[in-house]
Design a binder for this molecule. Structure first.
Ligand SMILES: Cc1ncc(COP(=O)(O)O)c(C=O)c1O
Length: 398
């Protein structure tokens, strides 16, 4: 565990206990590491989007913009949300942020008073917890398990609601589990939100990346939900635009307008060039999104095939680009954290343990589908070899 300098404020923590740094240290000097760790697509931003960014720069998009973002982009996002069955938003109900990630902190700082409770799914994308903790709010973690394929259910949520509950976070599809919450369950959860007067943060950043028959029901489209929902989304995942740092929040104007003041205080505005590129992304042909989705689907199959051959169980990956695999199912009594370290040191494959995402067990690893199928196949073979060496060791110690 890395020691923190005592001069740092108490709110500063190492959320993963220094684990990622430790893994990066192990990886230093190994030149053939296959990286299935970060959720950063290896795919390039489509050429027409890059071109739109270049043109925008040439045409003077080098200044601050309106703190909420350029109007054509906000209008295009509102149209896009409607197109996919979401709520009917006005242009003043959409706010552009420097990545969805900053959106989480804007939400937390704008809505949470010290002592307010925020209900988060665990495992789930951990910056929600960090943002809440930095706002002195109380984080109520809802532990999800393999029994429900890590699906959040209304029953689980209800057990964590108290008089102090203010916000409920839904991440659909979820990172790190790749689970899609079934529409029926989403409906039940929204009924709870209305009954207990909760604001729902609906993170739908992976909504265009689902597999098989799985689809995402936009929370704000449900009766009585628009006024109590903030939808968080962005361009990083569906358009492979992580480095452009652009995302958005959509919600009722009574909340969005004051939140844009917080956004202004943080960043003044999102980079103009990224906003013009995002406009091209969302208004241009969506074939590139479908192509990427199919690419991830093929990679998902390659990972699942490899895990099946090893005999490691995993949650059914229904969306996003992650497979959540159960190290404990191997029966070696090794933690996911120790497995990741050994796999990196001996097999030169990097993946992250689920504890980074708040998993209450140390049994699972998250594998990102961010390498081509051929590389994934090599990674799975290396993983099989490392598992084989564990097997030999456990037989020798018997
Ligand atoms: C569930 C989820 N939401 C939001 C984000 C933030 O994405 P960005 O800040 O790149 O828009 C991520 C990034 O990994 C994510 O996994």
């Amino acid at each position: 565990m890395t020691e923190l300098d005592p001069r740092l404020a108490r709110r500063v923590k190492l959320s993963d206990g220094g684990l990622i740094t430790k893994m990066l240290d192990i990886a230093t000097g190994i030149d053939d590491v296959i990286k299935l760790g970060r959720g950063d697509p290896d795919l390039c931003t489509p050429a027409h989007i890059i071109k739109a960014g270049q043109d925008a720069l040439a045409n003077g998009a080098t200044h601050y913009t309106h703190p909420m973002g350029i109007e054509p982009l906000r209008q295009a996002i509102a149209d896009n949300i409607r197109h996919y069955g979401g709520a009917d938003y006005g242009v003043d109900e959409v706010m552009i942020t420097p990545g969805g990630q900053q959106g989480m902190f804007i939400i937390a700082l704008s809505l949470l008073n010290p002592g307010d409770e925020i209900i988060v799914p665990c495992p789930g994308y951990n910056p929600y917890q960090q943002a809440a903790e930095m706002s002195d709010a109380v984080v109520c973690k809802v532990p999800m398990t393999m029994e429900t394929n890590f699906t959040l259910t209304a029953q689980m949520v209800e057990a964590h609601i108290t008089a102090k509950s203010k916000i409920l976070v839904l991440i659909n599809p979820n990172n790190p589990t790749g689970t899609v919450t079934p529409p029926n369950e989403v409906r039940k959860i929204t009924e709870l939100a209305k009954k207990h007067d909760l604001i729902v943060i609906s993170d739908e950043i992976y909504a265009r990346l689902t597999f098989g028959n799985n689809t995402v029901l936009p929370v704000a489209s449900l009766p009585g939900m628009k006024e109590r929902t903030i939808t968080l989304s962005g361009f990083s995942k569906a358009y492979a635009m992580t480095g452009w740092r652009i995302g958005y929040l959509a919600g009722p104007r009574k909340l969005i307008k004051p939140m844009s003041e917080v956004n202004h205080a943080f960043a003044i505005s999102t980079a103009a060039v990224s906003q013009h590129a995002a406009l091209a992304a969302i208004t241009g042909s969506q074939d590139c999104v479908e192509e990427m989705r199919q690419t991830y689907d093929a990679r998902r199959a390659a990972i699942c095939e490899g895990l099946d051959a090893i005999g490691m169980s995993y949650a059914e990956p229904q969306g996003a680009f992650y497979v959540y695999a159960n190290v404990a199912s191997l029966g070696f009594g090794i933690t996911a954290g120790a497995f990741c370290e050994r796999l990196l040191a001996d097999g030169h494959v990097m993946m992250y343990p689920g504890t980074i995402y708040g998993d209450h067990t140390d049994d699972f690893v998250r594998m990102s589908m961010t390498q081509p199928v051929e590389r994934i196949k090599i990674a799975m073979q290396r993983m099989a070899d490392v598992v084989e060496s564990f097997l030999t060791e456990s037989q020798q110690s018997d």
